[in-house]
Design a protein around this ligand. Structure first.
Ligand code: NAP
Length: 554
């Protein structure tokens, strides 16, 4: 690839931002379809979220067999997961292995950030400015930045004065962090905190957990992955893929057939028991209506509340750990190993920030309204500016210099979660408006990458050099996404799905909650209808300009 300060022809057909699971597959698929591609990755290696999230206990809550690419049978056959739920080091190793197997590294520039990308309307290309001072011109800009890569540390007063060690779970150092014998604070009890807390407790002399909102957490019941499970996954890849594609979650397992209240108390409890003992987050799919019916959901929530009360010895601690004011599954459900029982250890304390709010970080620790604490280490498990943050933190500029951050100041308008009006020739893999985090994200990624590359092939075949969606298509899609979200219980909790965790962020439900299967069908229909809702420009002068007027009603 040639790089000059002001290049005029394109340096590559597509510039991919990020070399996590989305970026890796995008590079492969683009090359396979004879597009030239370069990828820019801020980390020192591939892996994305699994490169950065090295906190103790980091592990995937989707089973490893499902959290794997399915596009290449050889990859499925030749990689052998060791556990039912893979740990971060093993997932990172998998990403590295895939990059080597498919020879992807030669297309990736590591340790480099995209600072700015601007659309050049005269040449229908993107000019991308990177932190190494170089510029690259590409016909297409493909964002593969993930949904949860923009870490967030709330601006607590006094934060800069603290003299101890500070870590964020999503930016855990690459060197060993020795917590042995130290007084450690963890702020935050989402998926990251809930995984890290039991592991940190094993090392620390004293651990204090600062909790604002209790979460529902389910036991993972992790175990080795058996040889016959691997053999079965290889042998039945086609069937597994078909099942995954025809279900909302992208893992081949849908919601239970029965409504929760159609069973008597004993049978309902038996069902919950079965899911609880099997482990993992499928508990929330035990009945058909747990995600949509508050009364049904209450039964599941009560079941978990009872479990917390039986696991945690101290009733006051159990009460603080028990979520009562939102439905189970409305925030992202957590999956843990020994989370609740960790609070039975004498050296682990819990501070309820609702009763005793955090006032300031001091030079030696944390001051709440009623207490002062000294710590050697503060761990922020405070989450991410989800879905939009990874995109708005780059200076992306569409037509007329329009900044993405301005376009999205009232929420992430988009079409299909994959394209934006005023941002031609740009695609967002697992962008806001797509199923992404509400389904198996690997399945979401595969679907998006394949759809995007097929669209680019279609453009090449028709000699189109520009694709863009319209404000009308965006409006229609966003209304559809909102209408579906309103039918679910997701809108009954404060969560990063809605941007509640980021001060000043507009409250909008961002992912598409209609299921990956329905979404896949919708995307396929749109492609078949010559990309309804998009317009094209190119040599054939036959650019279509249609709108997605049918979406809201379908
Ligand atoms: P999160 O779910 O957003 O949790 C952040 C935690 O920090 C919450 O407990 C939040 O409390 C707390 N917090 C934020 N701001 C605070 C403040 N100003 N004062 C006090 N507490 C504050 O973030 P996460 O745990 O990193 O997880 C994010 C997502 O990443 C997950 O939902 C999941 O999708 C993904 N993830 C997956 C895995 C896995 O596969 N196992 C592991 C980790 C993460 P409030 O709830 O009150 O806001």
């Amino acid at each position: 690839m040639s790089k000059t300060p002001t290049p005029s022809p394109v340096d590559c057909d597509a510039l991919v931002i990020g070399a996590g699971f989305a970026g890796l597959y995008a590079i492969h698929k683009l090359r396979e379809s004879n597009f030239s591609v370069t990828a820019i990755e801020s980390g020192g290696d591939v892996g994305g979220t699994w490169y950065w999230n090295r906190y103790p206990g980091a592990r995937c809550d989707v089973e490893s067999i499902s959290y794997s690419y399915t596009f290449d049978p050889e990859l499925v056959e030749n990689w052998r997961w060791s556990e039912r739920f893979a740990s971060q080091p093993e997932i990172l190793e998998y990403a590295r292995w895939v990059a080597d197997e498919l020879d992807l590294r030669r297309s990736i520039t590591f340790n480099t950030r995209v600072d700015k990308a601007e659309y050049d309307e005269t040449s229908s290309t993107w000019l991308v400015h990177t932190s190494d001072g170089l510029q690259t011109r590409a016909r297409f800009l493909i964002s593969a930045v993930g949904c949860l890569s923009a870490e967030s540390i709330p601006q607590f007063p006094g934060l800069q004065t603290y003299s101890g060690e500070v870590y964020h779970t999503g930016r855990w150092p690459h060197h060993d962090v020795n917590l042995t014998g130290k007084r450690v604070a963890v702020i935050g009890t989402g998926s990251s905190g809930i995984q890290a807390i039991p592991e940190i407790a094993k090392q620390a002399a004293h651990l204090t957990v600062f909790q604002r909102t209790p979460n529902y957490s389910l036991p993972a019941r992790n175990r080795p992955l058996y040889a016959d499970e691997h053999a079965d996954a290889v042998k039945n890849l086609g069937k597994r893929r078909d099942r995954a594609r025809s279900c909302p979650t992208g893992i081949g397992i849908g919601f239970g057939l029965n409504e929760a209240l159609s069973l008597n108390d004993m049978d309902r409890r038996d069902t919950f028991d079965r899911y609880w003992h099997t482990g993992g987050n499928l508990f929330v799919t035990a009945f058909s209506d747990l995600a949509t019916n508050l009364t049904a959901n209450h039964e599941a929530a009560e079941y978990v509340r009872e479990k917390i009360a039986t696991i945690v010895d101290d009733p006051k601690t159990a009460q603080i750990l028990t979520p009562v004011d939102y439905p189970i599954g409305a925030k992202r459900i957590c999956v843990d190993t020994d989370y609740y029982s960790t609070f039975n250890s004498p050296h682990v304390d819990l501070v309820d920030l609702r009763e005793d709010p955090l006032e300031t970080i001091t030079d030696v620790g944390i001051k709440t309204e009623h207490n002062e604490f000294d710590f050697d280490v503060i761990v922020f498990a405070t989450g991410y500016d989800g879905m939009t943050g990874p995109l708005t933190r780059m200076d992306l500029r569409g037509r007329g210099g329009l900044a993405l951050a301005d376009k999205w100041s009232n929420g992430p308008t988009n079409y299909l979660g994959v394209a934006l009006a005023e941002f031609p020739n740009m695609f967002t893999i697992t962008g806001p408006g797509s199923p992404s985090v509400l389904a198996n994200v690997i399945a979401s990624i595969e679907q998006h990458v394949e759809w995007i590359v097929e669209c680019m092939v279609y453009m090449r075949r028709n000699s189109f050099h520009e694709i863009e969606t319209s404000a009308r298509s965006e409006q229609s899609w966003v209304e559809h996404v909102n209408a579906i979200a309103e039918r679910t219980l997701y809108v009954h909790a404060k969560s990063w799905y809605l941007g509640d965790n980021i001060e000043g962020k507009t409250r909008v439900f961002m992912p598409y909650a209609g299921g990956l299967n329905n979404y896949r069908e919708k995307c396929a229909e749109i492609a078949t209808a010559n990309y309804e809702g998009f317009s094209f420009a190119g040599d054939k002068k036959s650019a279509r300009s249609t709108t997605a007027t049918t979406l809201a009603s379908s």
